[in-house]
Design a protein around this ligand. Structure first.
Ligand code: CP
Length: 324
C-alpha cells in the first residue's frame, strides 16, 4: 500500500492485515512507554480543510506514538483563505519534506487527486472527503466490532462473516456509511441502510445493502449485532431533505424505548460527533453497550497501523520488528 484512499478497493486480506497490525499496535499502548521508534525521522502533515475533533487528534496521537514529526495544518487561518490552491499547498508540503499527508477535504475525490497528481511524493491518507469515504473510520469501526464480538485475543485473523450491522440516519451525506458498507461487506458482514427516503444515497439499491425506511422493521427483521447511528449533516444538505427534528427522532432515533428492546448482544456505535436527543438518546450514548469512546481509543491503534504500513517502508509481519 502506498496510499489509503478508500475501502471500496480493499480486499478482505488487506483489511484483515490492517486490523491485525492495529491489534499489535494496541498491545504496545498498555506499556509504560507507549512510543515506538517505527517512524523516527519521518514527517506527517495533517492537512485539514474541514473541522474535526476525533480524526485529527487521533492521527496526531498515532503519528507521535510512532515517533514521527507532526505538522498540523488547518485551512482556516492559512493562505487557503487568500486563494491558494491545493496544488500550491501540496507543493509547499513537498518542499518541507512531508513523508505522509493526512487530508480531510469537503470535495469528494480530493485525496485521490492529491495521490495521483505528482505534486508530492508522500503517502496520502484520506481522513474524510466530502460524501465519498472515510476509510480509517470504517477500519476503526470494524476493529471495534471484532473486539466486542470475539474479544481482543480471539480477533486476530478474523473477518466479520455473518455479523448483522444496521446503519441508521443521514446515509445520503455520510462518507462513514459508504466506507463501512464496502469494508464490512468485504469482511462478510450483512449491512442494512435505514433512514428516510430522502436521506438514502442515490444508487443505494444497486449496492450490497438492504435498504429500509423503518428502524423498527430493521431492528425486528435484521436482528442486528450492531446498530450504528449517524449524525444529520445539515451543513451538506438542502432543508427540503430533512423531515423535521421531532419526526426524525420519533421514527429513526435510538430512543430509550428502542434501547430497552434491543437484544442483549447488540452494541451501539456512533462515529461522532453526536447530536444527543436527535439520532441517539443520552441513555443510549452512555450505556454499557455503547462503544463510542472505545471507537475513539481504537482509532489511535488503527491509525498507527495505517501510518506504519504506508510510511515505514517495511514489509512482512510487523511483530518481527516492533520492540518486544
Ligand atoms: N468521526 C469523525 O470523523 O469525527 P471528527 O469529525 O470529529 O473527526
Amino acid at each position: 500500500m502506498r496510499h489509503l484512499l478508500d475501502t471500496r478497493t480493499l480486499t478482505r486480506e488487506a483489511a484483515v492485515r490492517i486490523l491485525d497490525t492495529a491489534e499489535e499496535m494496541a498491545d504496545t499502548q498498555h506499556r509504560e512507554v507507549r512510543k515506538l521508534p517505527a517512524l523516527r525521522g519521518k514527517t506527517v502533515v495533517n492537512l485539514f480543510y474541514e473541522d474535526s475533533t476525533r480524526t485529527r487528534i487521533s492521527f496526531e496521537a498515532a503519528a507521535k506514538r510512532l515517533s514521527a514529526d507532526v505538522i498540523n495544518f488547518s485551512a482556516k487561518g492559512s493562505s487557503v483563505s487568500k486563494g491558494e490552491s491545493l496544488k500550491d499547498t501540496a507543493q509547499t508540503l513537498q518542499a518541507i519534506g512531508a513523508d505522509g499527508v493526512v487530508i480531510r477535504h469537503p470535495a469528494s475525490g480530493a485525496p485521490d487527486r492529491l495521490a495521483r497528481s505528482g505534486w508530492i511524493d508522500a503517502g496520502v491518507l484520506n481522513a474524510g472527503d466530502g460524501t465519498h469515504e472515510h476509510p480509517t473510520q470504517a477500519l476503526l469501526d470494524a476493529f471495534t466490532m471484532r473486539r466486542r464480538i470475539f474479544g481482543a485475543q480471539a480477533s486476530r485473523g478474523r473477518d466479520l462473516d455473518g455479523v448483522s450491522v444496521v446503519i441508521v440516519g443521514d446515509l445520503a451525506h455520510s462518507r462513514v456509511a459508504r466506507s463501512n458498507l464496502w469494508l464490512l461487506t468485504a469482511l462478510g458482514a450483512r449491512v442494512a441502510f435505514v433512514g428516510p427516503e430522502t436521506l438514502q444515497p442515490y444508487g443505494a439499491r444497486e449496492w450490497p445493502a438492504t435498504v429500509r425506511h423503518s428502524l423498527d422493521e430493521a431492528l425486528r427483521e435484521d436482528a442486528p449485532d450492531v446498530v450504528m447511528l449517524l449524525r444529520i449533516q445539515s451543513e451538506r444538505m438542502h432543508a427540503a431533505y430533512f423531515p423535521n427534528e421531532r419526526e426524525y427522532a420519533r421514527n429513526w432515533g435510538l430512543d430509550d424505548a428502542r434501547l430497552a428492546a434491543l437484544p442483549e448482544r447488540t452494541i451501539i456505535m456512533h462515529p461522532g460527533p453526536m447530536n444527543r436527543g436527535l439520532e441517539i438518546s443520552s441513555a443510549a450514548a452512555d450505556s454499557e453497550r455503547s462503544t463510542v469512546l472505545e471507537q475513539v481509543a481504537n482509532g489511535v491503534s488503527v491509525r498507527m497501523a495505517a501510518l506504519y504500513l504506508l510510511l515505514s517502508g517495511e514489509r512482512g509481519d510487523p511483530r518481527d520488528r516492533l520492540p518486544g
